[in-house]
Design a binder for this molecule. Structure first.
Ligand SMILES: C[S@@+](CC[C@H](N)C(=O)[O-])C[C@H]1O[C@@H](n2cnc3c(N)ncnc32)[C@H](O)[C@@H]1O
Length: 319
């Protein structure tokens, strides 16, 4: 392959990644630049990309996209890069339920990040069968989710349209609305967007779930580039001294967000009777999260899904 790049940089990359992987990544970088730039510009940009990769930046941020199901989503630092585990259960969830324009679903995706979960469902489910709301505390994430909705042609109104308009719109498209809110503040559901939409048929979430002691051991390609707030399941709490020992123990194990979600479902009409919550979990958290959902969210049944690598990755809970 003839590359518009400095050979010494290519060599350095191959040393770090191995020849095969480097060759593949260089091809993707080249494809990204294809037809977009003049030749002299191309070699400057290609060298820049290789230098960023040598410095340890995740390839997805350099290329600017990541496949998720059949979608090619935008990714931007520091918003979390969608992972294959999440892609796997989202596709599985899509085949578990079969909404239609006559039986549409309302879905709430907590901690939506790039919007990958609801946007893929918008694509996999029939037109007019899904009205999704994504919530995130990060403005960067919300902007990215909205840009992704546009990229994959999912209608993304600024605000939720009145029900009658939705009845009209649902005949033609699924919708995604992004909302800025902190889900650890239980009052967030009193906001107009959530209060007019609830109860939801489905709540999905891949919340931050990594405890600090595990986070410290993550590779620099994660710690130096992705938002710690997207990963840490025990973020510093302003009211830490008010927590009881059981809550402190949850926090130490990265379960803070699951407790908050379980409390929201248990104490409010967030999910309708018979509705479903689907929560991605860390490698050793499935049993604790299932217990939290039974006790705090008062669900009637739980199920655990493994990911393709055999790890218990997802808790499903039926209200
Ligand atoms: C693990 S990422 C998941 C992103 C996306 N759903 C995915 O699966 O790729 C967690 C997301 O939670 C958001 N987040 C962190 N704390 C939050 C909070 N208190 N309220 C709402 N969102 C929060 C982060 O900004 C981040 O986008």
């Amino acid at each position: 392959m003839t590359l518009p790049a400095t050979p010494a940089l290519v060599l350095q990359l191959a040393k770090i990644l191995g020849r095969r992987q480097a060759k593949q990544e260089l091809r993707w970088m080249q494809d990204t630049l294809l037809n977009k730039h003049q030749n002299d510009e191309k070699s400057f940009l290609m060298n820049q990309m290789i230098k960023r990769r040598i410095a340890g930046e995740p390839l997805q941020y350099i290329l600017g996209t990541q496949p998720f199901g059949h979608l090619e989503l935008l990714v931007r630092k520091p918003v979390l890069i969608p992972r294959p585990e999440t892609e796997d259960w989202t596709i599985r969830l899509a085949s578990l339920l079969s909404p239609s324009a006559d039986r549409p679903l309302k879905l709430l995706d907590l901690c939506t990040g790039s919007g990958c979960i609801p946007l893929l469902l918008c694509h996999l489910w029939q037109k007019g069968s899904l009205r999704a709301v994504g919530v995130d505390v990060s403005h960067d994430a919300l902007q990215l989710a909205k840009d992704n909705a546009k990229r994959v042609n999912v209608s993304s109104p600024q605000t939720l349209e009145p029900v009658d308009d939705f009845q009209e719109a649902k005949k033609t498209s699924n919708t995604f609305v992004g909302i800025h809110a902190d889900i650890l503040d239980a009052d967030f559901i009193k906001g107009p967007e959530i209060s007019t939409m609830q109860p939801f048929d489905v709540v999905t979430s891949n919340p931050p779930y990594i405890p600090k002691h595990e986070y410290d051991g993550l590779p620099p390609s994660v710690r130096d580039y992705e938002d710690p707030a997207a990963l840490l399941g025990d973020p510093p709490s302003p009211r830490a001294d008010e927590l009881n020992e059981s809550h402190r123990d949850h926090d130490r194990r990265g379960l803070r967000f699951y407790r908050a979600i379980a409390d929201l479902i248990g104490n409010h009409r967030l999910v309708k009777e018979g509705g479903l919550a689907v929560l991605e979990v860390g490698h050793d958290q499935s049993r604790d999260v299932a217990a939290l959902m039974s006790k705090n969210a008062k669900v009637s049944r739980t199920e655990i899904w493994k990911d393709p690598w055999g790890v218990e990755r997802c808790v499903l809970a039926w209200k």
